[in-house]
Design a protein around this ligand. Structure first.
Ligand code: M6R
Length: 612
């Protein structure tokens, strides 16, 4: 949460920082600010609201600084307002800071500083940190970077920070622990950002800072040191991301662009890994671990939100195909239990951003108990990708809409590949099933594209239900996690209360909610649960619920029983979620747009949840 951007070089910093902050707004968007160093003056401009509000405020001002820092906030300490927005000044206003993360021991540090006469303007932990750095700097009379390191040694929590000083023009000091930070290395210029999106149009050369590393830009040079002053040589990587992947490309919202990208992104997540004609299936990152996977007693899957739903789909896949015991855990619960984990366990951590704090902590816990950890992440070089022993990237491309769509289908695709590879190695599926699955997987992108042909019909259904107050989503088997995902999509972007249940659970309570005002979305594709789900539909219809059913093309029975149907193409039962989730994503998108919601940046949420 929170996005940070900083620049030092020969360009005007302000337009570049504002553009970068807009790209990072998915990380937080309740207030924003910039600090600019010009004519030996350090000025801070901050505004509650979106980056465009700040931009508005600064329009017409002649701000030509070539060094500056900027921040877009997702509030943790203190309400979203102009004062709590970053950057913050130190006590003597000679230093300023931007910060993403949480300083857990800020209260005790603050008390000590107040005793020394420091005056705080905001409620934030961040302001405490910059006062603390100033205090150490003045007391030790050493370099500013030494003061930053000494302060960070005392700090408990997570941070990605950039510090700028009026006394050191041309110098920026950045550091990270637990929150991401990328450095762009251009010609005579440097960039810092929470991810690479603010950087790619200027340079493709980047350095990913590691935990406990401090990056110092001084005299036009970058040096990286740890907190004990040991220097490391910056490892410069080439960004593979293209600019168009982070722009809306003519769509109204990133979310709808990302939904429609899925026929490509699912293909991308299989590319080079799967070839049905010669029955080839290989995931480079897992090559050396296939035996370990095959010998595992148990697989524990950890994730949050949509990634947790992808894990639930994987539970069905791994159990059915590879006959292995699977447990799917909310990372946030797992990390605070005392789970029984052994060296024979495999943990699969699923995360789009690769930065989710709870998932990262769950990994560290499992690692400390000797488990082998695989990552299924979308963001290359992310903290989770680096914390795992091995893994497979999902290759969905940047996902910017806060509601996860293409990342989910890419995760399910990669997890399906892993399950099939494991089943093949264990001999738990026949050669015929193996080949059939590979062939069917290759057809998924075109089947997903076929679902898009129903977009206008889904829009009409969305119109009818725009002002519904509640929704229920029901599915069985592999479609149960899809029901959960459909409900999550709807609630997070339209703010309609929605619940997902296994269809058979209805009669154990939720059926009491059914009346003529209750829309019920059934995942009723032709699979091994078909007859059972038909009975569940009848139970809801008997109580006058309004049923929207997702059915397999050509279904003759269900359309006669329900109020609305949306068809999806037939596929192998194990692959159903990849097509059945698409109409649910579209339905929630259209409802949210019709309700006038901010689809890409729903209230109270952030794309990357780096606080627990
Ligand atoms: O980046 P991650 O996949 O680790 O994020 C996990 C959840 O925060 C995320 O899936 C969240 O639930 C989405 N907003 C759902 O659309």
């Amino acid at each position: 949460m929170c996005g940070i951007v900083a620049y030092v070089g020969n360009r005007e910093a302000l337009p570049l920082i504002l553009k970068g902050l807009k790209r990072l707004e998915y990380r937080g968007y309740d207030s924003s600010g910039v600090a600019l160093l010009e004519d030996a003056k350090l000025n801070i401009y901050k505004k509650k609201g979106k980056v465009s509000d700040l931009e508005h405020e600064l329009a017409g001002k002649n701000l030509t600084a070539t060094i500056g820092i900027g921040h877009t906030r997702w509030a943790t300490h203190g309400e979203p307002n102009d004062v709590n927005a970053h950057p913050h000044f130190s006590n003597n206003r000679r230093l300023s800071i931007i910060h993403n993360g949480i300083i857990e021991n800020y209260a005790s540090i603050k008390q000590n500083l107040i005793k020394k006469g420091h005056v705080f303007l905001s409620d934030t932990d961040t302001e405490v940190l910059i006062h603390f750095i100033e205090d150490i700097h003045l007391a030790t009379a050493g370099s500013l970077e030494s003061a930053v390191k000494l302060a960070l040694k005392e700090v408990v929590g997570a941070y990605a920070i950039v510090v700028m000083s009026v006394d050191h023009p041309g110098q920026l000091i950045a550091a990270r622990k637990g929150s991401p930070l990328v450095i762009g290395v251009g010609e005579d210029e440097f960039f810092f950002a929470s991810d690479a999106t603010p950087i790619i149009e200027y340079t493709k050369d980047v350095v990913y800072l590691d935990d406990y590393e401090v990056a110092i830009i001084k005299d036009g040079k970058l040096s990286i040191q740890n907190l004990d002053n040991t220097e490391t040589i910056p490892y410069i990587q080439k960004l593979e991301m293209e600019l168009e992947t982070i722009e809306k490309g003519g769509y109204d919202h990133f979310m709808i662009k990302e939904i429609f990208e899925q026929s490509r992104s699912i293909g991308d997540s299989m590319r080079g890994r799967l070839r049905s004609e010669d029955a080839h299936l290989q995931l480079g990152g897992l090559n050396n671990y296939l035996d370990k996977l095959a010998e595992a007693d148990r697989i524990i899957i950890v994730g949050c939100g949509t990634s947790w739903h992808a894990g639930l789909v994987a539970e069905y896949l791994f159990e059915e195909l590879a006959r292995v015991n699977v447990e799917v855990e909310y990372a946030s619960e797992f990390r605070y239990r005392n789970p029984v984990i052994s060296e024979k366990d495999i943990v699969i951590a699923i995360s789009q951003s690769g930065e989710t704090a709870d998932t990262l902590a769950a990994i560290e816990l499992a690692k400390s108990k000797g488990a082998t950890i695989f990552g299924v992440c979308n963001v290359v070089g992310s903290s989770i990708a680096r914390a795992t022993h091995a893994g497979a990237y999902t290759h969905a491309g940047p996902e910017i809409g806060v509601a996860s769509t293409k990342a989910f289908t890419a995760q399910v695709t990669v997890l399906t590949l892993i399950a099939i590879a494991m089943a093949k190695r264990k001999g738990t599926i026949t050669e015929e099933t193996y080949r059939q699955l590979l062939i069917e997987l290759e057809h998924i992108p075109e089947k997903v594209a076929k679902v898009f042909e129903n977009a206008s019909k889904i829009k009409e259904i969305a119109f009818i239900f725009t002002y519904a107050r509640n929704f229920i989503y029901l599915g069985r088997g592999l479609n149960f996690p899809v029901a959960l995902e459909g409900a999550l999509k709807l609630k997070e972007i339209s703010y309609i209360h929605a619940e997902g249940y296994p269809a058979a659970e209805m009669k154990h309570g939720p059926i009491a909610l059914i009346d003529e005002d209750m829309p019920v979305v059934f995942l009723a594709t032709r699979d091994s649960s078909y007859e059972k789900i038909v009975s569940n539909i009848q139970e809801v219809k008997a109580r006058k619920g309004r049923v929207i059913a997702i059915v397999t093309e050509g279904d003759k029975l269900i359309p006669g029983m329900v109020d609305f149907v949306i068809e999806v193409p037939q596929t192998h039962e194990m692959l159903t979620p990849l097509v059945s989730v698409i109409p649910l994503q579209l339905l929630s998108y259209y409802i949210a747009v019709m309700r006038g919601r901010n689809v890409d940046q729903p209230r109270n949420l952030a794309k990357s949840v780096t606080v627990e």
